[in-house]
Design a protein around this ligand. Structure first.
Ligand SMILES: Cc1cc2nc3c(=O)[nH]c(=O)nc-3n(C[C@H](O)[C@H](O)[C@H](O)COP(=O)(O)O)c2cc1C
Length: 183
């Protein structure tokens, strides 16, 4: 049995993307994967909450897929979280819809991994910057997986990008083939 994976892809300028667009293309054809391109679906930021909640209910793994921008996700992802993860549905009294699902942040960053160290240029690690996503997932009763990160996008070669996109595909396939209950 394979676990359905919902990829919430958020790139404000996909036409200018080297890394994330290649990653999205590498997983789009997988049977277990549904890619929702948030900027394309909601250019006016008016999120269709029932449609997003239906997509979430069907998923076993939810992927926040985006470039890191100012140490966070792009604005539509925040809008999506604020609009969709409602009290009484996702968390709080009676809010059990997402319990037991897994969440993965699949992100790319411009800086190199050595810059994302305590002693490095950015002073904090990428998982440190992703804490709001981790807490959001945990508050909703979901398991937050170790993030899948592509470092150094500014200096990456085409081969680096291609390899990473293929690794992303393998990573999602592995998640799909290991349903939460089976581990
Ligand atoms: C508005 C903006 C903010 C960014 N902020 C960061 C940042 O905080 N840290 C970082 O390492 N890279 C930052 N970057 C670089 C992007 O993360 C990088 O360009 C992206 O991961 C490359 O992926 P892509 O080829 O799919 O666009 C920023 C880029 C933009 C446009």
């Amino acid at each position: 049995m394979s676990a359905p994976i919902l990829v919430l892809y958020a790139h404000p300028r996909p036409e200018a993307s080297r890394v994330n667009q290649a990653m999205a293309e590498a997983v789009r054809d997988l049977d277990a994967v549904a890619v929702r391109d948030l900027y394309s679906l909601y250019p006016d930021f008016h999120i269709d909450v029932p449609a997003e909640q239906t997509a979430l209910k069907a998923a076993e793994v939810v992927v926040f897929h985006h470039p890191l921008q100012w140490y966070s996700g792009p604005p539509i992802l925040k809008e999506w979280i604020d609009s969709v993860l409602l009290h009484g549905w996702a968390y709080g009294h009676g809010g059990t819809a997402l319990r037991g699902k897994r969440v993965l942040s699949a992100i790319s960053v411009g800086g190199k991994s050595e810059a994302y160290q305590r002693e490095g240029f950015h002073h904090y690690t990428v998982p440190d910057f992703l804490r709001p996503y981790e807490r959001t997932a945990t508050l909703c009763g979901m398991t937050y997986l170790p993030p899948f990160v592509f470092y150094g996008s500014y200096s990456a070669t085409e081969m680096d990008v291609h390899r990473h996109a293929q690794e992303y595909r393998q990573h999602l396939l592995a998640l799909a083939s290991a349903p939460q209950g089976a581990r």
